[in-house]
Write a protein that binds this ligand. Structure first.
Ligand code: B12
Length: 308
């Protein structure tokens, strides 16, 4: 049975419930074409979640009703209340449970549920996933959970983010491109994935190289693809090694006029005296502001970058 948490298509009554309007109103929106819908052979209107979210954004409608979470979800009613009240600490606890307790329904249905209620991608990254994984790191360092739990939670998170991305889909291409990679021996990749999906959701073409890319391969990719931005994420590793690799990346990026943008826990230690590198942005929210204000013609140190 498909639960509401797993829905990718909403019915007329679901949409009516989300916005606290009658089904007749939803049908009118659909028939007028303001809210995109498909009709089943039986004539029922069906709504793709991405279209409902886009409709809500365009009309500045906030969901005021939470979709049902059927039986079996211990946290069901708490999640419903939290998603409407944007009580992020409750959503972080729910994420943690789902990441650590095998019997709980998975992380993708949960993220999808948040998306259905118009919680934005950057909010999921910065206010749910990041604090939840931070807590997992704390529990691991206190010896309360094993490395296996941490690995599983990471894997499930990466998978859930990928599935969510399929559901959200891409805005039409904006003509900009980015190369995404981590530095050195770095295995921490979730922050980079968040950045990658944010770029894609804004219509950027992303060449995602992931972690442990040899320096020469990374530089060759930069020179080949000539991206507008080289996006780096750094969490762990010896400063001297990172700095050396960074120097060569900045040179490669400079040769094609790309801006180098770094984030992650160690981003601040990546500041360079010279070269085009931006480290002022260290969250998905900042990154979104940056992407939305990006203007390659003004690129250069600090160029085209709105300070928040
Ligand atoms: C998951 C995890 C792992 C996973 C990574 C799996 C994967 N595929 O990514 C695994 C199990 C492999 C791992 C391994 C290790 N880990 Co680890 N890990 C973590 C953990 C729990 C979560 C990190 C994470 O994904 N966070 C979620 C993301 C969303 O947050 P984020 O990375 O900060 O990204 C956000 C922002 O920083 C920003 N951002 C990130 N990148 C970018 C880029 C740009 C351009 C912008 C604008 C923004 C931006 O936006 C993101 C969204 O908000 C942290 C705990 C913690 N406190 O962070 C420990 C942690 C980072 N790990 C740690 C350690 C010690 C290790 C190991 C050395 C353990 C070991 N002894 O083997 C190895 C190192 C391996 C290596 N060579 O890299 C320490 C690091 C301490 C330190 N700084 O020295 C931590 C802090 C745990 C701890 N409490 O001690 N780890």
């Amino acid at each position: 049975m498909t639960s509401s948490l797993q829905k990718t298509i909403l019915s007329t009554s679901d949409v009516a419930r989300l916005f606290n309007v009658t089904e007749t109103t939803v049908k009118r929106w659909a028939d007028e074409g303001t809210l995109k819908c498909q009709k089943t052979p039986g004539g029922h209107r069906k709504f793709e979640i991405r279209n409902v979210v886009e409709f809500a954004e365009q009309n500045q409608f906030d969901p005021v009703g939470a979709l049902e979470i059927p039986g079996g979800e211990d946290l069901g009613s708490k999640i419903q209340v939290a998603v409407l009240g944007r009580e992020f600490p409750v959503l972080v606890s729910a994420y943690l449970r789902k990441a650590l307790v095998q019997e709980e329904s998975g992380l993708f249905p949960f993220l999808s549920y948040l998306y259905q209620h118009c919680i934005q991608l950057w909010e999921m990254h910065d206010l749910v996933i990041r604090p939840a994984l931070h807590e997992i790191g704390e529990r691991w360092s206190r010896g309360e959970i094993g490395v296996d739990d941490e690995h599983r939670a990471s894997y499930e998170t990466l998978e859930a983010l990928a599935m969510l991305q399929l559901q959200i889909g891409m805005k039409s291409r904006c003509g900009h491109s980015v190369v995404c990679a981590t530095l050195g021996d770095e295995l921490h990749e979730i922050g980079l994935r968040c950045a990658n999906y944010l770029f894609e959701s804004q219509g950027w073409e992303s060449r995602y190289l992931g972690s442990r890319v040899p320096s020469e391969a990374m530089n060759a990719a930069i020179v080949h693809w000539k991206p507008d931005i080289v996006c780096l994420s750094s969490t762990y590793g010896a400063p001297a090694d990172r700095q050396k690799q960074l120097r060569s990346i900045v040179d490669a990026a400079g040769s094609v006029g790309a801006v180098v943008l770094a984030g992650g826990a160690l981003a601040d230690s990546l500041k360079m005296d010279e070269g085009v590198i931006e480290t002022a942005h260290n969250s998905s929210r900042d990154l979104l502001c940056f992407i939305q204000g990006f203007d390659r013609t003004k690129s250069g140190p600090g160029g085209g970058i709105p300070r928040t």
